[in-house]
Design a protein around this ligand. Sequence first.
Ligand SMILES: C[S@@+](CC[C@H](N)C(=O)[O-])C[C@H]1O[C@@H](n2cnc3c(N)ncnc32)[C@H](O)[C@@H]1O
Length: 270
Amino acid sequence: MFDIQQLLKEELKDSYSIEDGILCFSPKSTAESAQDKYESIADNIDFYTCLAYTDVHTQNETKSVYSRINDVLLKEFKTNSNPLFVLDVGCGVGRTLYDASTLFDNDYFFGFDYSLNMLRRAKQILLDGEQLQIDLSSSGLAPFEVIGKHLPNVHLMQGDALKLPFKSHSFDVVINTFLIDRVGDVRLVLEQIIAVLKPGGLFVLTSPLNFQKTENWKYGNSEILIELLKEFGIEELVSEDNITHTEILDARGNSKVWNALMVYGKKAFP
Ligand SMILES: C[S@@+](CC[C@H](N)C(=O)[O-])C[C@H]1O[C@@H](n2cnc3c(N)ncnc32)[C@H](O)[C@@H]1O
């Protein structure tokens, strides 16, 4: 039986709080929560959940980044014998976890995010098995239902990617989707994330190209991102450029198209 303590840094064992069944390692103050758009998305969270869990946002795409990730996982681990430990950093409402953890139902999936409200929604959908009525009336779209699951192999945790609570070399797979475009220091976040990956483990990153900070725009070039990942010991790197990710904004036909990239590779043995 799996015990979360075996993944945690020695000094953090038993030092977390639990909110609504979610382990919290870096709880935010009320002021911090009010400033974080992912917490205040509460008003807007139905729309975010819609983007995450319907085809609405992918109808113009050939393949979503989430199904591309599943393809890579299936290619690498179709026949794995030992259970995999998979970490999704910045998991949001859980759109990467939803399909991947169902495909690999004997493996352990960990969704880690800074926003407790995003995780609360992920929990309703992935763990509590709730049938959620999503209200999209403020965008002029019809309501729809998300079919919740009971996925005993999914574990959700709140914390900051810059202060990961996990021991080095804990995970067989580390994924991050649409995270590094919005963090301050891409190099530091990637270094932290890669540190918790086992040697030989698989690292998968997808990101839109419009990095929020000017100094990070260079990482929209996959060659520059690959050079950085090599510095942190990721090899056998493969990149997929020219991915488009379309999100419907409202019933009046407005949408946003994100140009995105995907990079994946294996962590070298020391
Ligand atoms: C655009 S959403 C993407 C969510 C999810 N990966 C997906 O593809 O649907 C970005 C997520 O990153 C989370 N995030 C931002 N900064 C973070 C940090 N420093 N540590 C952990 N999560 C963070 C946000 O709370 C948000 O849920």
